[in-house]
Design a protein around this ligand. Structure first.
Ligand code: GRF
Length: 203
């Protein structure tokens, strides 16, 4: 399966996908890494791995629609079959989300539907939850919503700092995103009534 990965920064989840794809037995390959920020560290990770990169700066576009159309054009040119958001910090328009419906996934650092949006780790600590984690989901038009593919739960330790919790969740993210992509690439995921069923996992 041909992947396009959209990033804005560090790209550690991108790195997890690059590492997974390095195994010849892994059923996906990254054909394009696209960033809306020229300085994103993830672009260096892509170049290091010999993967094509593109920068589409949202500042060069008057509207969200024209920015998103340019992103779609780049993804299509690269024959991308599945778009993976990995720390991509732009909200996408409904027309983009519709154009890539069921071929667009995101990783979010919480157990959705708890803590959509930003600052999830601080909010989890504030709420006093004992379990936190991450979610990979198909993207729908509401922010951080859509059919859930896989989640990993991470315990919160008493006295956890935001950074310590974030690091524990990030390690789980790096295992979870490649797993979700594998299931999709193996065509084991189906969306039924906006819920995901995975062959061999859900029976
Ligand atoms: C991750 O925590 C991801 O879940 C969230 O943004 C962060 C991106 O980190 N959407 P990285 O760029 O993959 O290192």
């Amino acid at each position: 399966l041909k992947l396009g990965v959209l990033i804005s920064g560090r790209g550690s989840n991108l790195q997890a996908l690059i590492d997974a794809c390095a195994d010849p037995a892994y059923p996906a390959e990254i054909v394009l890494v696209l960033s809306n920020k020229a300085g994103a560290q993830g672009l260096l990770r892509a170049k290091e791995a010999g993967i094509a990169t593109a920068i589409v700066s949202h500042r060069d576009f008057a509207t969200r629609e024209s920015f998103d159309a340019s992103v779609t054009a780049k993804l299509r040119d690269a024959n991308v079959e599945l778009v993976c958001l990995a720390g991509f910090m732009r909200v996408l328009t409904p027309s983009f989300v519709d154009a890539w419906r069921d071929r667009l996934i995101n990783i979010h650092p919480s157990l959705l539907p708890a803590f959509p949006g930003v600052d999830t780790h601080a909010r989890a600590l504030q709420a006093g939850v004992r379990m936190h984690g991450c979610t990979v989901h198909y993207v729908r038009n509401d922010v951080d919503s859509g059919p859930i593919i896989v989640q990993a739960a991470v315990p919160v330790a008493s006295g956890d700092s935001e950074d310590a919790l974030a690091e524990r969740v990030l390690a789980a993210e790096h295992r979870t995103y490649p797993l979700a992509v594998r299931w999709i690439a193996e065509r084991r995921t189906r969306i039924i009534d906006e819920r995901v069923v995975i062959d061999g996992v859900d029976g």
